[in-house]
Design a protein around this ligand. Structure first.
Ligand code: FAD
Length: 505
């Protein structure tokens, strides 16, 4: 029998980037936060290539910039791609965005065991009551509101904790997302599987791009090549679900499949010539992930908020997962802080959270869909599969459902046709830009610049810049993302009404 053992203002479930960010930013506003994490950190996680918005935005707000700089992670200036019709690799450099200052235009490739632990220990320092080895088993509801959770503590004892808000940041295997009164919708477009392992002694791209993620398309899909340190490289193949039989099986069978994929991807095969696969310890296993592209059709309900992978995830190709996790953590914290402070009503605060999170998700969804679509080698098995699933009536419906939620202000809800038209236009524009961009000539800003001229890339940059600007400069409120929407307070921790423009007639 479980009694109420404890009370907190907020219970956060899961100590990944979404959970640590949300918990820290709520504790910074002076509230009592308990974070329940089923593992003991450091623990393994995939998702090693980060974006500048996380590093220069959210991490700065959390106060971990110095610690992260000291950790010695590989500096990432952007991405190098062997993708699209261009047979030559080309670069995507953050610094070439007219919106990013030189100082804020890099990110890191991180071993998630180390990165996630920095964020979790920082949450502890900020006053969050972090309880590791505590697996949440269910949510508690009272009168249609989530009022707490039950969990099994380190000693195996069942416990209950009450809170005014529960944040579900327990990742893609969440048990609580159903309490947000919605269901998980899997993407019809990104029906991919991933198979990944680690190598020692792999080659590096020529300086100054040696820290870039390399993404290389091949017949069955594409491969990521992430330089985690001078010696350690993360290598993963993303293939269509139809390849499932190659991805399952024993370690030996998985190794054979991964090495087979690598063998058919020239650029990665050459980089790994002379490298040795890690076969022992945390990095010794060849892991798989499937069905990872989804969104919940509701991100919140009375008393509960979903952040990070518990709410949605798109695809690894542009390293958006940790960005969406930390950004949604920031948005969730602002909404909860405002309600706890009594300054904004709960339904309004949650509508703001959901609208902004869906907007960011929608922009990236469009970007990544366009990115996959611009692969013009339609003879290949993988890319044909992408085309086949694309733009059918059901896909349009799925797309609209994906980017538009009940509380969202997405254009997709009201004008699906233009979204689809733009989506088509985006991939053509991207393809064209990549063509003009040319080869891997990183010193030539002009040649890279074409990519940033496309609307879809500008939108992505705009979204990330808002987060960065606040982290870097503590800048005052950005514009509301929708009519009647809220803006952030100057400290970034709450919402407030936008200032009335007195100059308007
Ligand atoms: P998680 O990091 O999954 O953290 C959730 C935490 O909750 C875990 O620590 C878990 O132990 C805990 N937990 C789970 N259940 C319970 C419970 N019942 N009780 C208590 N605790 C619980 N993202 C990038 O940014 N860059 C990349 O390069 C990238 N590559 C990827 C490659 C693949 C193949 C995939 C599938 C994803 C990739 N991602 C990438 C996405 C990234 O892995 C996730 O988006 C990110 O980890 C989400 O963070 P999170 O905090 O929401 O969840």
């Amino acid at each position: 029998m479980s009694n109420v053992d404890d009370r907190a203002d907020v219970v956060v479930v899961g100590g990944g980037p979404a959970g640590s960010t949300t918990a820290s930013l709520i504790a910074m506003a002076g509230h009592r936060v308990v974070l329940l994490e089923k593992e003991h950190f450091p623990r393994y996680q995939i998702g090693e290539s980060l974006l500048p918005a996380t590093i220069h935005g959210v991490c700065r707000m959390l106060g971990v910039t110095e610690e992260i700089e000291k950790a010695g992670f590989t500096v990432k200036r952007g991405g190098s791609f062997r993708w699209g019709v261009n047979p030559q690799p080309w670069n995507f450099l953050f610094a070439l965005s007219p919106k990013l200052s030189a100082a804020n235009s890099t990110a890191f490739q991180v071993e998630r065991m180390k990165f996630d632990e920095i964020l979790l220990r920082n949450a502890q320092k900020l006053g969050v009551d972090v309880r590791e080895g505590c697996a949440v088993t269910d949510a508690v509801q009272t009168g249609g509101r989530v009022t707490g959770v039950t969990y099994t503590d380190e000693s195996g004892q069942s416990r209950t904790i009450e809170a005014r808000f529960v944040v579900d940041s327990s990742g893609n295997s969440t048990r609580l997302s159903k309490y947000a009164q919605g269901k998980r919708i899997y993407s019809d477009f990104f029906k991919n599987l991933a198979l990944f392992g680690y190598f020692e002694g792999g080659g590096r791209l020529p300086a100054p791009d040696s820290g870039n993620i390399l993404c290389a398309a091949f017949d069955e899909g594409w491969i990521w090549y992430i330089p985690l340190s001078d010696n350690l490289t993360s290598v993963g193949a993303v293939v269509h679900r139809d390849q499932a039989d190659k991805v399952r099986g024993t370690q030996e069978e998985r190794e054979k499949s991964l090495m087979g994929f690598i063998d058919r991807c020239d650029i990665v095969r050459d980089m790994l010539a002379g490298a040795k696969r890690v076969t022992e310890g945390t990095y010794g296993e060849i892991r798989t992930r499937k069905d990872y592209s989804y969104t919940n059709d509701s991100f919140s309900a009375p008393g509960i908020v979903l952040a990070g992978d518990a709410a949605c995830f798109i695809d690894p190709v542009f390293s958006t997962g940790v960005h969406l996790a930390t950004y949604s953590g920031l948005l969730a914290a602002r909404s909860i802080n405002s309600v706890l402070a009594g300054t904004i009503a709960e339904d309004r605060a949650m509508a703001e959270f959901e609208a902004r999170y869906r907007h960011e998700f929608g922009v990236f969804y469009e970007f990544l869909s366009s990115f996959y679509d611009m692969q013009a080698n339609e003879d290949s098995y993988f890319w044909k599969a992408r085309k086949v699933t694309n733009f059918s009536a059901t896909d349009i419906e799925a797309f609209v459902t994906l980017v538009g939620g009940v509380a969202s202000d997405e254009e997709a809800l009201t004008d699906a046709e233009s979204v689809v038209r733009r989506f088509r236009g985006s991939s053509t524009a991207l393809e064209d830009a990549v063509e003009r961009t040319g080869t891997m000539q990183t010193e030539s800003g002009e040649r890279m610049f074409a990519l940033f001229g496309t609307k879809v890339v500008r939108d992505v940059m705009d979204g990330m810049n808002e987060v960065q600007a606040r982290g870097a400069y503590g800048e005052n409120a950005v514009n509301p993302v929708r009519e009647g929407g809220l803006v952030s307070t100057p400290d970034g921790l709450h919402w407030q009404e936008p200032a009335t423009d007195l100059t308007a007639a």
